[in-house]
Design a protein around this ligand. Structure first.
Ligand SMILES: Nc1ncnc2[nH]cnc12
Ligand SMILES: [Zn+2]
Length: 357
């Protein structure tokens, strides 16, 4: 007998979850690099993969079942980053992601990129940014999907390196092309407070810059509190370990701080054994706003819709629960108010179209 609840989904649930307008807030563009494209780009760009690297894209995909924690995954993820060389590589990567999710009801997405993974290899930040942006602009014209681009600092790098990376990005931050700042990579032992001065400096470059940080994925709930108190972030990426502290939960609900939760990622990286162990129902009961996201979909076995469907398989949520999730995902987005109004209207139409399940 199955240890965890796993309900079959009805046609009604699948159509509803496909159509419901989705906003993604936690998506590393480098994490959309599918094994096949990784090998194609390695060959095109004459990149030698490590000797112990799987020999085929099928073997590489199979190896993704064996991550035992975040660091294990990051070691492979950074090897993948090395095959991205030209502006066109970043364009192709981003276009493939956006084309896929255009069929999954995605309406708005906020895309992370890791400048240091590329500037450390002497690529210019403009080359990386321009490749991503070109795909975003084309997809907006074709499908009406809106996007924002967020740069993340790698917390395993030195503070000086992070600060120098802000200098490289200064023109993109000042003119609002880079819309937000995030913090990713190995969470422990690099707590948020180490980056206080760097976040201050970024906000001084442009007071409109939006702020977020990964916290409470592997780190305990003090990482969430310190990201809020020391970095002044407006939302928290992951944040599932907030459930260990009722005071943090109360604060997230009262201050309407959204968590960008990544269910399939949490299973593959062994934060939980199974999606049913995530505190989804507890967040709903406590009125904690959260969105559902794919994190690094090429590595974690699914894009945004797969994450929505897996949550439904495990929790059997009601239409009202989904309205709460989708509304908060829209309200927690960093798009303009007109776009939010448009998406809320779209959500209302979808809610009216489907009967309860
Ligand atoms: N889930 C994750 N946590 C931290 N850093 C990341 N970089 C890419 N994916 C990440
Ligand atoms: Zn992430």
């Amino acid at each position: 007998m199955c240890e965890f609840p796993n309900h079959d989904l009805s046609e009604n649930e699948i159509s509803f979850l496909t159509e419901i307008p989705k906003c993604e807030h936690h998506l590393h563009i480098e994490g959309t690099l599918e094994p096949k494209l990784l090998f194609e780009l390695a060959e095109k760009n004459n990149i030698n993969l490590p000797l112990n690297f799987p020999a085929t894209h099928e073997e590489l995909a199979a190896s993704y079942n064996n991550f035992s924690n975040l660091q294990d995954f990051l070691d492979v993820y950074y090897i993948g980053c090395n095959v991205l060389i030209n502006e066109d590589d970043f364009y192709q990567l981003t276009l493939e992601y956006l084309t896929k999710v255009s069929k999954q009801g995605l309406k708005h997405t906020e895309i992370f990129f890791d400048p240091q993974s590329h500037t450390s290899r002497n690529l210019s930040i403009d080359l990386v940014f321009n490749g991503i942006k070109k795909a975003c602009d084309e997809i907006f014209v074709e499908f009406g999907i809106t996007t924002k681009i967020i740069m993340c600092l790698l917390r395993h790098c030195s503070i000086d390196d992070c600060s120098a990376t802000l200098d490289l990005a200064e023109h993109l931050i000042k003119d609002g092309k880079i819309h937000g700042l995030g913090l990713d990579s190995s969470e422990k032992p690099f707590p948020p407070e180490l980056f206080e001065q760097v976040y201050l400096k970024a906000k001084q470059l442009n007071p409109e810059l939006r702020l977020t940080a990964h916290a409470g994925e592997e780190g305990d709930s003090s990482y969430i509190t310190n990201a809020l108190n020391k970095l002044n972030v407006e939302r928290i990426d992951h944040g599932v370990r907030s459930i260990e502290d009722p005071k943090v939960i109360e604060r997230l609900a009262n201050e309407k701080i959204m968590l960008s939760v990544c269910p399939l990622s949490n299973v593959v990286l062994r934060v939980v054994q199974d999606v049913s162990q995530l505190p989804i129902k507890k967040f709903l009961d406590a009125n904690v706003p959260f969105s559902i996201n794919s994190d690094d979909p090429a590595y974690f076995g699914g894009y945004i819709l797969d994450n929505y469907l897996e949550v439904q398989r495990r929790f059997k949520l009601t239409k009202k629960d989904w309205a709460f999730i989708a509304t908060n995902a829209i309200l927690g987005s960093w798009c303009d108010e007109d776009r939010k109004t448009e998406l809320l209207l779209n959500l209302e139409n979808v809610m009216n179209k489907y009967h309860d399940f």
